[in-house]
Every structure is written in structure tokens, then in C-alpha cells.
Design a protein around this ligand. Structure first.
Ligand SMILES: Cc1cc2nc3c(=O)[nH]c(=O)nc-3n(C[C@H](O)[C@H](O)[C@H](O)COP(=O)(O)OP(=O)(O)OC[C@H]3O[C@@H](n4cnc5c(N)ncnc54)[C@H](O)[C@@H]3O)c2cc1C
Length: 452
């Protein structure tokens, strides 16, 4: 079927030509994400696009599009806001881009603090409304302003808040998801409790999320504090104490070694030349005590300001998680990144070994987070100065050799990305819900191998 015929069929189906998009620049935009963060993915994915994009407004319309795609054998790639950074929503085999941005309703916040929402709802308005009702997000990616609930659940892992609440797949952070299956007669299936793990972080390969039950937490009056330390070790040790101790009520604990803070040009005033910067989002009632603790640890407090929601000025989380990489790339496009997990008991040695071998080709950016066992660990998104693919691969291999976990962000499939579940529940769901392999084809390698 040509792209034109495909578009014609979809217009008939939705009875609305305005929500069937074929203009080249629009398609180009709706087929892409932040894949260009990786010099390797940039080359691999630059030319890939869908053939047509559709914007359903209801689950019924999603079902209709999927039913048609199944019968016609056309691939479907779901899109939220396209802020993923491994080409997750880039269609490898053309077909339909299912843009869910118009399904953006917050249906309700239940009395026990669960947001029931459509997948295209952006996280920023959800955070604002939740706080208005004395709740807030348990965690959000630094792309809060644009990212959607569906995209976060299907493509993200955690973020600001994970130091206290863990990742998306941990605990009961996501209570339930409803997915539309890719079958002759698509079903609408609700996954609750443990079963959400079949769908979370599956990149839209095993179902289209059409509704989510996302757990919130009581709102806190937060304060953003930054402190500068002479050495990376000093800053790291202080941050680690804050992150690990139950004494502190926190939402974010981040460490940037110098010269990373020099990339944060809009907030120059919080940066101290040559020094490591520690950023903490702390409960207002503890801000004074935190300032004292930072000073006792040898730090100099450079900023204290309230968090009043996504529009806070400045919003310091705009410099954390993968936004750090963005600021570095603005300063010099040769910077790229890794996603790392350091061993709590060996991290100082791991930092030393990496520094000895690579010097300032690697810069430490640490994000503390709680793991599934409830232990706070030093994760991070270290910056890497790119020279060649071989050097990058060698660095990843060396990290793994010395026990640093790497979720490789320079690959475009779930398994090599390192967050595929070893119990294969995502694969089992793919076999059940997408037997023809039409949902985001090419991204779940273990399924592709069986298909070929
Ligand atoms: C600067 C920057 C900072 C980032 N920081 C973080 C961070 O702190 N934490 C983090 O976890 N991630 C982070 N990311 C990655 C990304 O922004 C988040 O994961 C975000 O939540 C993705 O949401 P989205 O709506 O843009 O999803 P998209 O990019 O549109 O989609 C992501 C994946 O989910 C699939 N998908 C989207 N909607 C659905 C649906 N309804 N049903 C099924 N599949 C669907 C897509 O096909 C794709 O595979 C960052 C990225 C950038 C560029």
C-alpha cells in the first residue's frame, strides 16, 4: 500500500482529514526523538520516518486504527512527545506513527492519590494539578515540561523523586495500565499490580497504553539548594550522606564534577569556578539544617530557592538527569553520555579507575536513586567526550569489567539497552498481544530473532 493509499484509508476511518498527517516536515518531526544525543544512533536513524501520522482522540479510535493496521500488515509506532533519547519512537519500517498527544485528559485523582490519566497527558500539567490537590508526582523525568505519561511509562525509567520512591517499575509506583493489543480484533486489557511490568519500559512494542493509574505522593514544600565543594570526592561524600540518610526528606540529590557546572550558562550565579556542585531538593523545614550540614562538610552554599512547580525560576531539575547532557552538548557537541550504576561499596575505586584510564574524557555526573530493594545507590549519567565508536565501545566494556553497570544509550533495541527484564515477561506479552510483530518493529530483538 502506498503512503497516499494508507492516508486515504485512515481519513475514512477517523472521518477527519486534519488528524491524518502526511506533510513531509511534519512526518519527519513526528518520527523523531532525541536519538541524536548518540553519535552512533544519529548516523543509524537519521533517514527513518513513518509514512503517515494519525492523532486519535479516544481508545475507540486507537482500536480502529490498530484493527486496520493488523489486517493490512502495516507497522504502528506509538509516540508521546518524542523526548526519548535512544530513537525509541523512530519507526524502523515506516508505517503509521500513532501520535497520542490529543489523548491528554486527567480523568481523576482518587482520594488515595492515584492519577487516572490518558497517555498523552503531559507530566507538567499533571504535577501542577496534583499539587493543587495536595499531591505530587512520585517521580518525573527532567523532560517534565513536554514528556507524556504514556511515553514516560513506556520509555522512561525514573528521575527526580527516584531517590525516595525508586524507579517506575519499583514498588507500586504504577498501579495499572490499560493497553490495546495488536490483533485481528484488538482487545483492551488492564494490567494491574505485578502485571504492569509486562508493559512498562517496553517502548510500545507489546501494546498501546491508553490509560494509566499512576501513584502520587503527598505534596511537600520543596527548596532547591546548591553547594560548591573543592573536590569531587568531598562533594560526592556529602551528597551520599544526604541521599542515604532517612533523616533528610528529599526529592533529588545530584553531583556534578567540574567543569560540568560551567555548561549551565543560564544559572551562572549558582556555579563556583573550578568546584564540584551538589544539588539537593529538600523539604523546606530542613533547608536550614542542610545548609549547615553542607558548610560543615566543607561546602559553600551558592543558592537556596523555592520549588513552586514546573514553572519555578530557576527550575534546577532542568540541569539534572539527562538534561545535563543537553547542556554539555550545547557547550561542545562532542560530548555524549553513558547511563551508569556504580557499586555502593566500590564506587570510589570505580571513579579512580575510570579517571586513571580516561582522564577527563569522562566526567562524573551522579544521580542517587533507590533501587528495587529499597537501597539508595549512586547511579549516574557520566559525560563522555566522543572520539570514535570503537573508543566508546571500549569504554563501555571497561566499565562493565570493573563492575559499573551500563544501560547502553547508543543502541536502538530494548535488550542491549540493558533494561529488558531477564524474566522475559515483556517478550511473553509481545507474543500474546502482537503476534505479527507490527508494534514498533525492530526494537525487541528477542522477538525479532524468533520472527526471522
Ligand atoms: C534532555 C532529556 C532528559 C531526559 N531525562 C530523563 C529522566 O530524567 N528520566 C527518564 O526516565 N527519562 C529521561 N529522558 C527520556 C524521556 O524524556 C523520558 O523517558 C520521557 O518520559 C519520554 O516521554 P515522551 O512522551 O517524550 O515519550 P516518547 O519519546 O514519545 O516515547 C518513548 C517510548 O514510549 C513509546 N510510547 C509512547 N507513548 C506510548 C503509549 N501510550 N503506549 C505505548 N508506548 C508508548 C514510544 O513508542 C517510545 O518507544 C530524557 C530525555 C532527554 C532528551
Amino acid at each position: 500500500m502506498t503512503a497516499e493509499e494508507l492516508a486515504g484509508k485512515l481519513v475514512e476511518l477517523l472521518e477527519d482529514a486534519e488528524r491524518v498527517l502526511t506533510a513531509r516536515p511534519v512526518l519527519e518531526k513526528l518520527s523523531k526523538d532525541f536519538y541524536w544525543y548518540s553519535p552512533i544512533l544519529k548516523r543509524q536513524l537519521e533517514e527513518k520516518t513513518g509514512d503517515v501520522a494519525v492523532q486519535p482522540v479516544s481508545t475507540e479510535e486507537v482500536v480502529a486504527v490498530v484493527r486496520f493496521a493488523y489486517a493490512a500488515g502495516v507497522p504502528v509506532t506509538v509516540r508521546g512527545a518524542g523526548t526519548g533519547n535512544y530513537g525509541q519512537c523512530i519507526p524502523l519500517e515506516g508505517g503509521i506513527v500513532l501520535d497520542l498527544s490529543r489523548m491528554d485528559k486527567l480523568e481523576e485523582i482518587t482520594p488515595d492519590g492515584v492519577a487516572v490519566c490518558q497517555p498523552g497527558l503531559r507530566l507538567a500539567p499533571l504535577e501542577v494539578e496534583a499539587r493543587r490537590q495536595d499531591w505530587e508526582l512520585r517521580m518525573y523525568p527532567s523532560t517534565l515540561a513536554k514528556a507524556t505519561v504514556g511515553g514516560f511509562l513506556a520509555g522512561g525509567s525514573g528521575g527526580i523523586g527516584s531517590v525516595t520512591h525508586g524507579g517506575l517499575r519499583d514498588f507500586d509506583n504504577v498501579r495499572a495500565v490499560e493497553v490495546v493489543t495488536m490483533e485481528a480484533e484488538p482487545r483492551v486489557v488492564k494490567h494491574e499490580g505485578e502485571a504492569v511490568r509486562e508493559i512498562l519500559h517496553s517502548w510500545g512494542t507489546n501494546g498501546v497504553i491508553t490509560r494509566a493509574w499512576f501513584a502520587l505522593t503527598p505534596a511537600v514544600e520543596w527548596v532547591q539548594v546548591t553547594a560548591a565543594f573543592f573536590t569531587y570526592e568531598e562533594g560526592f561524600r556529602f551528597a551520599r550522606k544526604v541521599a542515604e540518610s532517612e533523616r533528610w526528606q528529599k526529592r533529588l540529590v545530584t553531583v556534578f564534577e567540574w567543569p560540568i557546572p560551567s555548561f549551565f550558562t543560564p544559572v551562572k550565579q549558582v556555579v563556583a569556578e573550578g568546584k564540584t556542585l551538589v544539588l539537593v531538593m529538600i523539604a523546606n523545614v530542613q533547608a536550614g539544617a542542610l545548609k549547615l550540614a553542607a558548610e560543615e562538610a566543607g561546602g559553600k552554599v551558592t543558592f537556596v530557592g523555592p520549588y513552586t512547580g514546573p514553572k519555578s525560576q530557576p527550575l534546577m531539575s532542568d540541569y539534572t538527569w539527562n538534561h545535563t547532557t543537553l547542556w554539555a552538548m550545547k557547550a561542545d557537541p562532542k560530548w555524549t553520555y553513558l547511563q551508569a550504576g556504580f557499586l555502593p561499596e566500590r564506587c570510589m575505586e570505580q571513579f579512580r579507575l575510570l579517571r586513571e584510564k580516561y582522564g577527563e574524557e569522562i566526567l562524573f555526573h551522579i544521580e542517587f536513586m533507590k533501587n528495587g530493594e529499597g537501597v539508595v545507590v549512586p547511579g549516574g549519567i557520566p559525560l563522555v567526550y566522543y572520539t570514535t565508536d570503537e573508543r566508546l565501545k571500549e569504554m563501555i566494556a571497561y566499565c562493565r569489567e570493573i563492575g559499573v553497570f551500563i544501560a547502553n544509550p547508543h543502541v536502538n533495541n530494548l535488550e542491549d539497552g540493558g533494561r529488558f527484564r531477564s524474566d522475559n515477561v515483556q517478550l511473553a506479552a509481545k507474543r500474546k498481544y502482537d503476534p505479527k510483530g507490527l508494534l514498533n518493529p525492530g526494537k525487541m530483538l528477542s522477538f525479532e530473532v524468533q520472527r526471522s
